[in-house]
Design a protein around this ligand. Structure first.
Ligand SMILES: NC(=O)c1ccc[n+]([C@@H]2O[C@H](COP(=O)([O-])OP(=O)(O)OC[C@H]3O[C@@H](n4cnc5c(N)ncnc54)[C@H](OP(=O)(O)O)[C@@H]3O)[C@@H](O)[C@H]2O)c1
Length: 492
């Protein structure tokens, strides 16, 4: 039934909407001032990472640097450690810890993997000088002067092979449902407090109408619900994000995927690159099936440029590298005066579990720090005199490199997209060095733990490193501003 009578328009709600989205920032400031609220406006950043990176061996020389760098770049980090007290001393109190031991598979649970988008494994069997080391492991860490080494504690087989294999197995179970070519943008299953303040309702009250909607976070989903009225020539309700600052860069992805459960109605998704409140948007209409979970794929190529519900014939295609905001809408109108064929005024409900980008290049989900030399013990023609100590002493050190290679193999044979980094001798030199990559396991040299930690972060965002194993050493000189080139790496 179409309501033609004039209904009471709500000025308060109109101002509230514009204030939430900072269209009238001054009013928002006054409101916060009057209420004494310290809650600064939450602005979503397009660089913000959703999900968690699990770092195993987080108390180690490389691991602690990986944790520090990830945290500094806005990643959420979970540190897999054996001893929480020791970990807090090294990593500080604010880092999320998960206590487990890779040699004890019962301690590596799917709970540990919750929300994990990537694993970085920096574990190692304990090696120290036969004469003993200082409590801060200064002799082991320095990597320059040679001390006669020995294994202490667990065997290389237990840590480097079986331990890594245990971690790979639990990760494989978890990643089986998380495609490596997708990027999570909004995870409503585990909504952060911040996320809850990013979305707000934009109803036809902004045009004089009286429709009402809201977004709530219930049952591990976002629930977009309300009542659409056609009174006062209105007829839409929507929820929209504040503008991303900086913009969200989804170039390289095919489009956006919504995981939704609807009520049989047709909804619209708007993607904006324009930061203006009421500017051009790129729209896609999708039908829901009542009470049924579905994945709605919205290819960037199929978006229709619109101003409100009017199509813009001459508008360029969307530039997916600078997405400013997202919006979900139930509207009486389709496009250019056409009506939404599935529209009825009244109550509606759309549940959203996640919003992802899909169809991107695969990124590594498991990064393993191994070692240069793992294939050299027993290699025909090898001159042990010229090899680094770990290769020469492989047998005395319980076959450390051979077991490391077996650990690598467990990852290569898993279903997880991975990168295996094989550093040459690790040093405590500070700063990121210019690096040389090689494949075939023949290079010798040194490289700083800082450089390896930084390399792990680069690899996380590097499709060209996917399913590749490579050795790395410092080449001297300062790193180029364009960073390391991964384009020559051959996949295994
Ligand atoms: N040293 C070198 O010159 C060199 C050269 C090439 C490659 N690598 C490799 O580079 C990687 C990083 O080396 P690094 O010097 O940073 O190592 P590290 O300082 O010895 O750290 C090893 C980490 O592994 C953890 N760990 C050991 N056993 C574990 C277990 N069962 N469960 C969970 N965590 C366990 C340790 O935890 P705790 O604190 O509890 O002991 C520690 O956090 C290692 O794979 C190493 O083999 C080293």
């Amino acid at each position: 039934m179409t309501q033609t009578n004039r209904s009471q328009w709500d000025l308060g709600r109109f101002v509230q909407t514009l204030t939430f989205f900072e269209v009238i920032p001054f009013v928002g400031w006054i409101q916060r001032f009057m209420s004494g609220s310290q809650d600064s406006q939450v602005v979503p950043t397009g660089e913000k990472r959703v999900g968690v990176v699990l770092v195993a061996g987080a108390t180690g020389g490389v691991g602690r640097r990986v944790v520090q760098r990830l945290t500094a770049r806005g990643y959420k980090v979970r540190s897999l450690v054996r001893n929480a007290e020791k970990a807090k001393e090294i990593l500080g109190d604010s880092v999320e810890l998960y206590v487990g031991d890779i040699t004890k598979p019962e301690t590596l649970t799917l709970e540990m993997m919750a929300d994990v988008t990537a694993v970085i494994c920096c574990t190692a069997v304990r090696v120290q000088p036969v004469e003993g080391d200082t409590p801060d492991r200064a002799k082991y860490n320095q990597g320059i002067k040679f001390y006669q080494p020995e294994i202490v504690g667990d065997t290389p087989e237990a840590v480097e092979y079986l331990g890594v294999k245990n971690l790979v197995e639990v990760a494989a179970k978890h990643f089986a449902t998380i495609p490596a070519d997708e990027k999570l943008i909004f995870d409503f299953v585990h909504p952060s407090e911040e996320l809850k303040r990013i979305w707000g309702a934009v109803d036809d009250v902004v045009m004089g109408g009286v429709s009402q909607s809201e977004i709530r976070f219930v049952e591990d989903t976002a629930l977009f619900t309300g009542c659409v009225s056609t009174a006062n020539s209105g007829g839409f309700a929507s929820v929209r994000t504040k503008n991303f600052e900086p913009a969200l860069n989804l170039s390289g992805y095919q489009g956006i995927k919504l995981r939704v459960r609807g009520d049989g109605k047709r909804y619209k998704c708007f993607i904006r690159i324009d930061t203006k409140w009421d500017g051009t948007a790129y729209s896609y209409s999708f039908d829901t099936v009542s009470n049924t979970w579905m994945d709605i794929c919205i290819p960037f190529a199929d978006l229709t440029a619109v101003f409100r519900a009017k199509t813009l014939k001459d508008a360029p295609k969307i530039d997916a590298s600078r997405i400013a905001s997202l919006q979900l809408m139930l509207s009486k109108f389709e496009y250019d005066g056409e009506l939404n064929p599935r529209f009825t005024p009244g109550g509606f409900a759309l549940q959203i579990e996640s919003i992802k980008a899909y169809g991107g290049a695969k990124l590594p989900q498991f990064i393993l720090i191994s070692s240069a030399g793992v294939t050299r013990p027993g290699r025909p023609g090898i001159n042990l005199e010229e090899e680094p100590p770990a290769v020469r002493l492989n047998d005395q050190l319980g076959g450390i490199l051979t077991w490391k290679w077996r650990g690598e193999e467990s990852l290569r044979h898993s279903s997880i997209p991975y990168t295996i980094i094989r550093p040459c001798a690790l040093t405590e030199e500070t700063g990121v060095q210019s690096l040389t990559f090689d494949q075939g396991d023949s290079i010798k040299g040194k490289v700083s733990r800082d450089s390896i930690a930084e390399l792990c972060l680069q690899v996380l965002e590097q499709p060209q490193a996917c399913n590749a194993t490579f050795e790395v050493k410092a080449e001297g000189g300062t790193p180029s501003s364009s960073g390391n080139s991964f384009s020559h790496l051959q996949p295994d």
